[in-house]
Design a protein around this ligand. Sequence first.
Ligand code: PEP
Ligand code: MG
Length: 319
Amino acid sequence: TRRQLLENAGGPALTQDGCRIDVAANVANAGDAAEAAEHGADGVGLLRTELLFIERDSMPDENEQREACQAVFDALGDRPVIVRTLDVGGDKDMPYLPLPAEDNPALGLRGIRTGFARPEVLDVQLRALLALKPLSRLRILIPMIAEVAEVRRVRERIDALCAEAGIGERPELGVMIEVPSAAVLADQLAREADFLSIGTNDLTQYTLAMDRCHAGLADRLDPFHPALLRLIAMTVAGARKHGKWVGVCGAMASDSLAVPVLLGLGVTELSVAPVLVPEIKARVRSLAIEQCRKAAEGLLLLDDARSVRERAAALWQHH
Ligand code: PEP
Ligand code: MG
């Protein structure tokens, strides 16, 4: 029952064969974070900082940014918080941050590209993050990375800002895998980064060349597509070469049927909607990694998303 699920949510999610899977939450503000804590999240796997920036007419200053993130920290006790740097641009309107008009916003200045186009905006945000307490709980995640030079560039900025502020410790730095080139080059990215987090929403959009908001394509825009599964497998293989872990923070992680697939592909952290933490943890506890791994190998060979879904449903739907 729902009550039993909630009661068990606080504990770690261990698979039948004893592997620990972190089940964290996707949040946008302190309210979401409180909800995540109530539902037993192991931390925040994705703090989308956009909410603080959109629908207003001036940029939030360093103090305001720090306070908003600190409130999320405080709601989560001593658990880690992964903060994603600003991921706007193109279609999202920020009158105080004019960016050139674009014909294809989804393929334009987005995510970290905005940060490079407006370095002062990135610097203010990084300064705000580096002022969070305790800093040991902070992990910084960079959106829309397409190649390794971009990671180096951000790390250099973090190093410079830390040196300026006299900060000795460095927060862990993660890379979002949501552009196909990043999945293909995951081994290179994992050399520079401390962890990888797969954004299946954008990775699906860019891999299948289907707009994630296109109503007419919605039923074909499916992260169960074998091309996506292969890119996830590639990401995990690249990360493992360098002893790094891989999480999933796209909507796929919140889908109970996708959990055994992702675990089978080697993902060890899932970041999900706060209210879904209890049931995703319950799902993890019902599974054995070894069985998931063998099954996932077969899924990679199927022709299309529908076949993958049918096979997955046959294996795990009523499990
Ligand atoms: C994603 O692309 O899967 C993701 C988590 O980022 P967003 O949905 O915010 O683009
Ligand atoms: Mg994304």
